[in-house]
Design a protein around this ligand. Structure first.
Ligand code: ADP
Length: 141
């Protein structure tokens, strides 16, 4: 039913991509869906960036790529079943941009149980659900 599934993965979470990647990998096995595995590296404030090595951004990108590919492997995904995209910026903004650019027809994202701060600020998942151009599968952590 879905041809291209975007799976945003926050590598800082202990079970990064766990449930969503498992759900998406199931759909790959059921048909011929392709996955786009996205990790967004948060922008570093200019004052901090000035103290970091010049190649910090490239190194972080390469490390994130390798970590995501390792996760894909651990879920039994073949190399041609997915592509890895690393972006720098604000997670929900980049998730929405990559969903559009890649032509994803489903975003599989996880969300923690809401607490009081979520009612005031809104979560990444809530923003994605509200603004996505395509269907969104929210896996509760
Ligand atoms: P919330 O539960 O408040 O929506 P989380 O920070 O727990 O926010 O993130 C929920 C999901 O949003 C993550 O599991 C992941 O799918 C996606 N996400 C959050 N941060 C990133 C990131 N930096 N890169 C890619 N995906 C992210």
């Amino acid at each position: 039913m879905f041809n291209k599934i975007l799976v945003p993965i926050d590598l800082s979470q202990s079970d990064a991509g766990g449930a969503t990647l498992a759900a998406a990998a199931d759909r790959v096995r059921q048909g011929d869906a392709k996955l786009v595995l996205l990790t967004v590296i948060a922008d570093v404030p200019n004052m901090v960036a000035a103290q970091l090595p010049a190649d910090f951004s490239d190194t972080a990108t390469q490390q994130a790529k390798a970590q995501v590919a390792e996760l894909a492997k651990s879920h039994g995904l073949a190399d041609d079943a997915y592509e890895v995209v690393i972006r720098h910026g604000t997670p929900y903004h980049e998730i929405l941009s990559v969903a559009k650019e890649s032509g994803a027809d489903l975003i599989a994202i996880s969300s923690h149980k809401p607490d009081v701060s979520d009612y005031l600020l809104g979560s990444v998942a809530a923003k994605v659900v509200r603004h996505a151009h395509c269907s969104v599968l929210v896996v509760r952590q």
